[in-house]
Write a protein that binds this ligand. Structure first.
Ligand code: UD1
Ligand code: UDP
Length: 369
């Protein structure tokens, strides 16, 4: 059985890596890796951490790329690679434009698609944008639906997907975290060793969502800055996404000596940093899974989420993007110990770190049946 994995961005790389490693272990599987490189630097660091050497690199990244640019280049590049490799199965992970283009390219060649992280739904096609639509469109043309949780499976069943093609596997992000998070981790970046995680209230901030760029992101950043001004013991670490728009807004709103604007971190230091900070403020998808797993309260600065599991467990709160709400919720967590302790629960609705093995077992069993 020849399995081609396709991915293009940082989060896809992190969550696909455990599957690539599992495929490589199997004698009866030929693993082919094709990256679109929708992201360049941010993906390359993931490849190097997990020691993955792609067989094909479409290298489509260009600064200022539009959604159409990404779709066009990935679709065409993948058509050529699929024709050359003729895989039995093509795997995509998540909801990015690479995922949609990858699934579509495979569908056009009548190659079976396996959709990893299937069935997450916010219910609003514009939030996250364009990811909600990417995930739904990928689902329609997929053969295997690997749903991380029961709720994800239920979403698919409600949309009429057949239960015998849906598999609850957990999320491969837990497999990846198991690989990277270590006790007594020592950072290569001095600043991260110098921060006083015991006595200071350290906020880990990330924000990059397309629908937040503009006023919502200005609200997020001004609320964070005002919290730092109000509380002397608060410090902020913001590993900034490489999107120039994120940099522009954060340069304007996040100037403060206790706010550290740093380059995107490699996944190993980043995941260990989550374990050390007091609180996470983010619009990221993956962080909504990682922070609850590591027992850190997460304030989700988005209007909708397709990951309600962390919220139901009480570790995450969906706070929206208005200044008052973001400021108020951060203030509450920083000032009220009871409130903080209530949220700081290690809950992990996302599996036990064996998702990659389950997914590969299912593919092998079905193929050699
Ligand atoms: C993409 C995904 C999003 C995912 C995010 C993870 C789509 C539509 N969006 O959004 O779902 O949450 O990745 O981070 O697929 N850049 C660089 N170097 C890099 C990566 C990005 O310079 O290695 C800059 C470029 O200026 C680029 C911009 O970031 O134009 C945006 O990148 P893009 O892939 O278009 O979208 P993301 O916002 O990263
Ligand atoms: N991440 C990382 N370095 C950083 C910021 C995030 O390795 O500086 C990881 C994070 O742990 C998570 C993934 O990148 O696994 C999330 O990526 P991102 O927020 O870009 O995308 P999303 O999950 O929102 O699609």
């Amino acid at each position: 059985m020849k399995v081609m994995t396709v991915f293009g961005t940082r989060p896809e790389g992190i969550k696909m890596a455990p599957i690539v490693k599992e495929l490589e272990k199997r004698d009866n599987v030929e693993s082919v890796v094709c990256i679109t490189a929708q992201h360049r630097e941010m993906l390359d660091q993931v490849l190097s951490l997990f020691n993955i050497k792609p067989d094909h690199d479409l290298n489509i990244f260009s600064p200022g790329q539009t959604l159409t640019d990404i779709t066009n280049k990935a679709l065409k590049g993948l058509e050529d690679v699929i024709k050359l490799e003729k895989p039995d199965i093509l795997l995509v992970q998540g909801d990015t434009t690479t995922v949609f283009a990858g699934a579509l390219a495979a569908f056009y060649q009548k190659v079976k698609v396996g959709h990893v992280e299937a069935g997450l739904r916010s219910g609003n096609i514009y939030s996250p944008y364009p990811e909600e639509a990417n995930r739904k469109m990928t689902g329609i043309i997929s053969h295997y639906h690997f749903a991380p949780t029961k709720m994800n499976e239920e979403n698919l069943l409600k949309e009429g997907y057949k239960s015998d093609r849906i598999y609850i596997t957990g999320n491969t992000v837990i497999d990846a975290l198991k690989h990277t998070v270590k006790e007594d981790y020592h950072f290569q970046i001095d600043l991260l060793n110098q921060v006083d995680y015991e006595n200071k209230k350290v906020i880990l901030l990330t924000s990059h969502r397309r629908e937040n760029i503009g006023k919502p992101m200005e609200n997020i950043f001004s609320a964070v800055r005002d919290i730092v001004e109000k509380h002397d013991d608060v410090e902020v670490i913001f590993p900034r996404h490489l999107n120039p728009k994120v940099r522009e807004i954060s340069d304007k709103f996040l100037k403060h000596e206790r706010i550290h604007l740093i380059e995107p971190l490699d996944y190993e230091p980043f995941s260990n940093l989550i374990g050390k900070v007091s609180l996470v403020v983010t619009d990221s998808g993956g962080l909504q899974e990682e922070a609850p797993t590591l027992g850190k309260p997460v304030l989700v600065v988005r209007e909708e989420t397709e990951r309600p599991e962390g919220i139901e467990s009480g570790t995450a709160k969906l706070v929206g993007t208005s200044y008052d709400k973001i400021f108020g919720e951060m203030d509450k967590l920083i000032s009220d110990k009871n409130e903080y302790v209530k949220m700081a629960n290690a809950t992990n609705p996302y599996g036990n770190g064996t998702a990659a093995k389950k997914i590969v077992d299912i593919l092998v069993e079905d193929f050699y049946r």
